[in-house]
Write a protein that binds this ligand. Structure first.
Ligand SMILES: Cc1ncc(C[n+]2csc(CCOP(=O)(O)OP(=O)(O)O)c2C)c(N)n1
Length: 573
């Protein structure tokens, strides 16, 4: 069967069971947009290519399937660099197709030419320029294989216009055989036994669960290990929901804005069992002072992670789910799974939890809303499998702290890159992937202004996401740092609460919109928003600009220096 490269490209995506792609056409990718008309694949027309990339990520986060974006060359390709970098940092499987100028024009500074593979090399797991239409099926098949296996990540395929127009004989490769790419999924048996031995010896262990648990679909297995051994679990920003917050062994989020118990339990542990986590600087604080007495078991699919930051005593390269299953077996095989008496450790943890819970000062009558209070209402009004997406800043930290995540794949955020503007498009992608679920985006006013135009996409495509703007009139997280570390010298962080008028703006984009200024209106407005299911809805919550995120480990400080409540001075920690 003769097909054009463009037809072969779209057919290859169909062969990969792609059900939806996010994109925006233009000159170089034009040939590929024609067969989209006849394809089974739903195309969602975005308003900015960054939106397409984050939608693909949101879709991938909640479904586990690769998200797909398709855009043209030049400025469209550069517009999608941020989502590629975001997906690379957070190991999100996406496949991005970019158009390229005609192959003979490459290198001539042709109209809308950029060196897309050059620009994206360091932010993709793999990228490739296709020079022959006959190679398209193989390259697309490989792209999906690479994006979804091993440590997942973004793959970019750049296709010149003449390659899309050329004719080829259709085929579909039966299998993928990539020399030099065979991710090692099965952990080393000797190391797994050694891990079980360290666990059996440990008096103060903590499981340090990272985003890899979710990528490996290992939440169930993690729970089995935790319950078998009675070891408490911290869930990093990328792993929220990987272990239920309501579980008695759950300690919640560690790190710069983690809770006291999670941070301090890691700090004082004698064994850290790092599962799909990467010793990120936001978790470790000053590395030299991080968990000084802990032995380390480190499980990761990516060998480059082992020893990158902290030398593990027991390094295990492998798929988290498979390795944890083997660790469970090895623990059971050792004295029938008998564990030492850890009651002193458990009591210590309970004591910290009782003494240092997450708290905030309730506002006085007539004062602006407390963002944490708004989040508590949002949380308590949503079904427990509601998907929550956030932007980047204070609102992200409060959401991670105050939401209760009891199911995997219900929390979507930009952890590694910290991309402002992530929430609205990622929420749209998440809702497309899980139309059965309620999806709330919690956004900052600064973040919202970066990608809000995708609500036009949501309205046009009838994707009923909900957006809560915690409008503190500032680039809040930067304001917090200027207040704390620059003597309250506020430099270029004020945004204004009213400019733009978020209600009018949201309405202009086809959404239903509300503004909430008084505590008594919080719940009733959330109830109204939760009832709307046929279009996007936006609530502009006017929140207290002065509110800061605590606890906090100041940048560069040791986790021992965590500040819980500065109003209580030294006693507050
Ligand atoms: C694209 C991008 N630019 C700049 C930053 C730096 N930055 C981190 S948080 C933040 C403020 C975010 O403000 P807002 O969205 O209003 O959220 P808030 O912190 O007030 O909750 C900024 C500017 C970033 N993370 N991403």
């Amino acid at each position: 069967m003769k097909l054009t490269g463009a037809q072969a490209l779209i057919k290859s995506l169909e062969m990969e069971s792609v059900e939806v792609m996010f994109g925006l056409p233009g000159g170089a990718i034009l040939p590929a947009y024609d067969p989209i008309i006849d394809s089974t694949i739903r195309h969602i027309l975005v308003r900015h290519e960054q939106g397409a990339g984050h939608m693909a990520e949101g879709y991938a986060h909640v479904t586990g399937r690769p998200g797909v974006a398709i855009v043209t060359s030049g400025p469209a390709a550069t517009n999608i660099v941020t989502p590629l970098a975001d997906a690379y940092m957070d190991s999100v499987p996406i496949v991005v197709i970019t158009g390229q100028v005609g192959s003979t024009a490459i290198g001539t500074d042709a109209f809308q030419e950029v060196d897309t593979v050059g620009i994206t090399r360091s932010v993709t797991k793999h990228n490739e320029l296709v020079m022959d239409a006959a190679e398209l099926p193989r390259i697309i098949r490989e792209a999906f294989h690479i994006a979804t296996t091993g440590r997942p990540g973004p793959v970019l395929v750049d296709v010149p216009k003449d390659v899309l127009q050329a004719s080829m004989d259709w085929y579909w490769p039966d299998s993928v055989d990539l020399v030099g790419y065979k991710p090692n999924t099965k952990g080393n048996g000797r190391m797994i036994k050694e891990a079980a031995r360290l666990i059996a010896e440990s008096r103060k262990p903590v499981i340090y669960a990272g985003g890899g648990i979710l990528k490996a679909r290992a939440a169930e297995t993690l729970r089995e290990l935790a319950e078998l051994t009675g070891i408490p679990v911290v869930t990093t920003l990328m792993a929220r929901g990987a272990f239920p917050d309501s579980h008695e062994l759950c300690l919640g989020m560690p790190g710069m804005h983690g809770n006291y118990t999670a941070v301090t339990a890691m700090q004082q542990s004698d064994l850290l069992i790092a599962l799909g986590s990467r010793f990120d600087d936001r978790v470790t604080g000053k590395v030299a002072g991080f968990a000084p007495d802990a032995k380390i078991i480190h499980v990761d699919i990516d060998p480059a992670e082992l020893g990158k930051v902290r030398r593990p005593d027991v390094p295990i390269v492998g798929d988290c789910r498979l390795v944890i299953e083997e660790i469970v077996k090895a623990v059971k095989a050792l004295d029938g799974g008998a564990q030492p008496d850890r009651s002193a450790w458990t009591n210590q943890i309970r004591d910290w939890q009782a003494r240092f819970p997450l708290t905030y000062e309730r506002g006085e009558e007539g004062e602006a809303l407390k963002p944490q209070m708004v989040l508590e209402h949002l949380r308590d009004s949503a079904p427990d499998d509601c998907i929550v997406v956030s932007g980047v800043g204070q609102h992200q930290m409060w959401t991670s702290q105050y939401w209760k995540f009891d199911h995997p794949y219900t929390w979507v955020n930009s952890g590694g890159l910290g991309t402002m503007g992530f929430a609205v498009p990622a929420a749209i992608g998440a809702k497309v992937g899980r139309p059965d679920r309620m999806v709330w985006a919690v956004d900052g006013d600064g973040c919202f202004q970066m990608t809000a135009q995708e609500l036009v996409t949501a309205s046009a495509e009838r994707i009923p996401v909900k957006v809560a703007i915690l409008n503190n009139a500032y680039l809040g997280m930067v304001r917090q740092w200027q207040e704390m570390f620059y003597d309250e010298r506020y430099s270029e962080v004020y945004l204004s609460p009213d400019l733009p008028d978020y209600v009018k703006w949201a309405e202009a984009m086809g959404c239903i919109a509300f503004r909430v200024e008084h505590p008594e209106d919080v719940q009733t407005t959330i109830d109204k928003a939760n009832e709307i299911d046929d279009r996007p809805v936006v609530i502009d919550f006017r929140t207290d600009s002065r509110e800061k995120v605590y606890p906090m480990v100041p940048a560069g400080a040791s986790n021992d220096d965590i500040v819980v409540d500065p109003s209580q001075g030294e006693g507050g920690r």
